[in-house]
Design a protein around this ligand. Structure first.
Ligand SMILES: NC(=O)c1ccc[n+]([C@@H]2O[C@H](COP(=O)([O-])OP(=O)(O)OC[C@H]3O[C@@H](n4cnc5c(N)ncnc54)[C@H](OP(=O)(O)O)[C@@H]3O)[C@@H](O)[C@H]2O)c1
Length: 262
């Protein structure tokens, strides 16, 4: 199968690397079109002349441009699409209905919501499809599992998943940044503070991932009675940190809804 990737930015390039490194498809079968020629100048890729050219050469087309460029790209390629091609969009907030309105209802369309962590092949990738896209769901799972965990999700939950896994890395980076600031304030050198926070997140993630224990159980393990962790966690409880986090997620979810309805 021949794959086309429109837009070779953060996401497009990460997906390309995943597919090639995990040997899902061969390099020779992947076509790229990127408007910013500088980005692909010295790379050994199959660069197409235009998006139309890319669609003509590919059977499965991944659109990885910013949502603001969606209309331009879809208008440009619509005459080259046919029901034998599969259109995959990773553009945040662009609903299947919006895509179908431009390209027609008879084109298989799959909508994907990835997150930044696909860059380290540990992404969270939710997908949904239209009626004609359904028969390609196994293929989609195979392709995107090269960059993380993949699961099917009803499109009406996409704003929620955008807020949790899409924005989630940003929320955790924020907490990591605050931890680093505290370390520095307490007199730990900047370098050690950064390494320490890096290992705090890496090791804690690895504990959840590798031990496969319930998160609640892992938390209990560090909470010895009258110990330091319990003392710290009681502050979380007092300020109702859970409610604060809920507000954070709901603000992102609301914004996602506004974007997808605009
Ligand atoms: N980054 C994330 O964490 C994340 C998470 C979930 C979903 N997404 C979605 O993934 C998509 C891509 O995001 P990104 O972070 O990879 O963006 P990006 O780094 O800006 O990449 C998009 C690339 O597409 C190029 N482009 C623009 N118009 C084009 C056209 N007509 N034909 C071909 N290429 C074109 C852009 O060039 P110029 O820079 O010159 O415009 C840019 O190089 C977005 O729709 C975003 O919503 C991103």
């Amino acid at each position: 199968m021949r794959i086309g990737i429109i837009g070779f930015g953060n996401m497009g390039s990460a997906i390309y690397e995943g597919i090639v490194e995990e040997k899902i498809f061969k390099k020779k079968d992947i076509f790229i079109y990127e408007i910013d020629k500088e980005k692909v100048k010295n790379l050994n890729l199959n660069i197409c002349e235009s998006n139309k050219d890319l669609v003509e050469k590919s059977q499965l087309i991944i659109i990885a441009v910013k949502p603001n460029d969606a209309k331009n790209v879809l208008e440009e390629i619509k005459s080259s699409l046919s029901p034998e091609k599969i259109l995959v969009s990773i553009m945040a907030g662009i609903k299947i209905k919006k895509i179908e309105k431009i390209v027609g209802k008879n084109i298989p369309v799959i909508r994907i919501m990835p997150n930044l962590n696909v860059k380290v092949k540990s992404g969270i990738i939710a997908y949904c499809s239209n009626k004609y896209g359904r028969r390609y769901e196994n293929l989609i799972e195979k392709i995107f599992s090269s960059v993380g965990m993949v699961f099917k999700l009803n499109e009406n939950k996409f704003d929620t998943i955008t807020a949790i896994s899409g924005s989630g890395p940003g929320f955790l980076f924020y907490i990591a940044e605050e931890f680093k600031k505290i370390c520095i304030e307490k007199g730990i050198s900047e370098k050690i503070s950064k390494d320490l926070v890096t290992y705090l997140f890496y090791g804690t993630g690895k504990m959840i991932f590798q031990t496969k224990k319930e998160i609640e159980e892992l938390k209990e393990q560090v909470c010895s009675p009258k110990g330091t962790t319990i003392a710290g966690l009681s502050v979380f409880e007092k300020v109702k940190f859970g409610n604060l986090l809920r507000k954070v997620v709901e603000a992102a979810e609301k914004r996602s809804k506004e974007i997808s309805e605009s």
